[in-house]
Structures are given as C-alpha cells and as structure tokens.
Write a protein that binds this ligand. Structure first.
Ligand code: HPA
Ligand code: ZN
Length: 345
C-alpha cells in the first residue's frame, strides 16, 4: 500500500517536531571538525583525511568505541571549540526538526586533560543560547558523570555543577558500563537530588538488566538505552508500571553489537509493557546517522505504522524535562502534523 511507502514515512518523520533526549555533544564531533580542530590546536592525530577517520569507525563493542571517542575529543581545547561543536550539532538538529534537546556533556573527559570546566560549559552554553534564538530549539544541559572514574572525582564534578545550577538541569551517568554499576554512585545521585537536579543514567546498554534495576533504585527519571531489559520479564513489568522512559539509540546499538539487527529491535515489546520509548542518536557521526535516520531505520526494519512513529515523537516531548508550557506547545505542533497526515492519506 502507498500509505506506508518509505518516502512517505521519511517525510512524516521529517515533518514531526521531536525532542532529542540522548545525545553526547562530544559524540557529535564530525570527522571534518576533528581535522580542523587538530590543525588549529596542533594536536597530533593518527589520521590525515576524513576517509581515514571514517574507516576507523568500526567497533566491536562499547569499549572499542569509547577509546576512539576519548581520543577524538582531545582536539577540543578552548571555549570557541566547544561553541563551534555545539553550534554544528544544533544546525543538524534543526535540519532534523528537533525542537527541544537535552544535551549531555562529559566535563571530566576535558578537565582531566587540562581543559578548564569553565571553558567547556561557557562554550556550550553560548551556542545553546544562540541556537535557541536562531532555530527556536529549547534546551536542557545534562552533566554526565564518567562511571569508570572514582566517586570522589564524581563528587568534585558535582560541586562544579552546583556552581552552574542555573545552566545545568540534570546529572547523568555514562562511559564504560561493565564493573561500574549505578550503585557505585549512590552518594552522588542522592546529593544531585538534594541539589534539585533531574537525574538520568545509562544502564543496560552492555551491562546486565540488574544495572537498570540499580539505576531505578538511584532514583533516575529516565533510563538511557535500557535495551537489555528485554532479558528480564519481571523487570519489564516493573518499568512499565512506572511508565519510565527509555532513550533508545538503535544505530548505536547496532554499531556496538548490542543488537544483531534492527529487525528484532525490541521497541514494540517495551512499548507494550508500558515503557515510554523514544528514539535518539547518541553519537551520530560515529554510528552513521542523526535522529531522523534512527527513526527511519527502525521504521523500515519493524515496519512501524505512522501512528506508532507519531507516538514515539510525542513520547520524546512527554518524557523530556521541558516546562509544561513548552511541552504543550510542541505537542500541539505534532497534533497538527498528525491531522495533516491523516487528511492526506
Ligand atoms: N555509552 C556510554 N557512554 C558514552 C556513550 C555511550 O553510548 N557515548 C558517549 N559516552
Ligand atoms: Zn549515550
């Protein structure tokens, strides 16, 4: 039937206003920018061309990817670099019709190599403010704690977040999962709650379902990835009852061999259990696509119906930490697209 043809699905995905809730600003570093910053900042890199960089983007697992990710972000040195990086993402976000973004950044990955916290956050913040003016994209900044570093380091980083409470809206948890369960950061997340931050955590990407359970115990309000919940029926039911949101990143999961193919991607199973599923891009140049591409590839593999795609876009707004007024504003726009689509098919 013509109604579900790929071009029509693509144009629906593009027409839908969306929120992106799982995106690492350092993971938006395009190969072109790596070369440009390396030259400008005189940082030695093992590549001479965009092609060489792209060729290196083959990963066996999360660890493999993280090695390249941390190596790539060494080219970022000053406030201007963080501004340019963030602006570059916002331009693409706008092209993908993202109306609200909750952007993660990894300050410890910069402070540990001598870059000032202030330069990182000022650069990102200036770009977010300009992006709001230029594209109308509302935003919230997520300071992500590197879970493979110590709790003391995390606590110091949280003190920095406190200084920037007017800019940072949430605390997250990312990096190498195995051996670094959420419970390691109980103290950090308790303090983050007391300070009034929203809380999210990567869990069940490579780590076992028990890590998702631990993340819930930490009091997080969303789970980043959560994909391995599919292995634990009881956990799925609990999560569904809570109506917790998962920020799924299909192309990331595929590239890091977390799933074998998208044909078996458990999005419908999560949704049926009551989990609020959202689709996001994680680290787009590394994984082969921005948000619309992630929607498209899943829609194609699972033959998602237009109603299901619209539901996922709505979930992204509902599960965001945007003010209620802003949520209603974007949801109204989605309703218009929905009506338009139904009238024309
Ligand atoms: N997982 C964990 N840590 C990360 C990721 C990811 O996909 N991207 C950037 N840091
Ligand atoms: Zn991530």
């Amino acid at each position: 039937m013509i109604m579900h043809s790929p071009p029509m699905i693509s144009s629906l995905i593009n027409a839908l206003p969306k929120a992106e809730l799982h995106i690492h600003v350092e993971g938006t570093l395009e190969p072109e920018l790596i070369l440009e910053f390396a030259k400008k900042n005189k940082v030695q890199i093992p590549y001479n061309s965009v092609e060489e960089i792209k060729k290196a983007y083959r990963f066996k697992n999360l660890e493999d990817f993280l090695n390249l990710y941390y190596s790539g972000l060494r080219v970022l040195k000053d406030e201007d670099d963080f501004y340019t990086l963030t602006m570059n993402y916002l331009e693409r976000a706008n092209e993908n019709n993202i109306r609200h973004v909750e952007l993660s950044f990894d300050p410890q990955a910069h402070t540990r190599r001598g870059v000032k916290f202030e330069d990182v956050i000022e650069g990102i913040h200036s770009a977010l403010k300009d992006g709001k003016k230029k594209y109308g994209i509302s935003w919230l900044l997520i300071l992500s704690i590197l879970r493979d570093l110590s709790v003391e380091d995390a606590m110091q980083t949280l003190s920095k977040a406190e200084e920037y409470k007017d800019i940072i809206g949430a605390i997250g948890l990312d990096s190498s999962e195995f051996g670094n369960p959420p419970s390691k950061f109980k103290k950090v997340f308790e303090k983050a709650k007391t300070l009034g931050f929203h809380r999210v955590a990567h869990a069940g990407e490579e780590g076992p379902p028990s890590y998702i359970h631990e993340a819930i115990e930490l009091g997080v309000e969303r789970i980043d990835h959560g994909i391995r919940a599919i292995e634990d029926e009881k956990l799925m039911q609990e999560l569904g009852k809570m109506r917790i949101a998962f920020t799924l990143c299909p192309l990331s999961n595929l590239k890091l061999n977390v799933v074998k193919s998208l044909e078996n991607y458990p999005l419908r199973e999560f949704s049926k259990a009551g989990i609020m599923v959202t689709i996001n891009s994680d680290d787009p140049p590394y994984f082969g696509g921005y948000i619309n591409k992630n929607y498209e590839e899943v829609a194609k593999a699972l033959d998602l119906k237009p109603e299901e795609i619209i539901e996922i876009a709505k979930n992204s707004i509902i599960a965001s930490f945007a003010p209620e007024r802003r949520k209603r504003e974007i949801l109204r726009k989605i309703n218009k697209v929905e009506k338009n689509y139904l009238d024309n098919t």
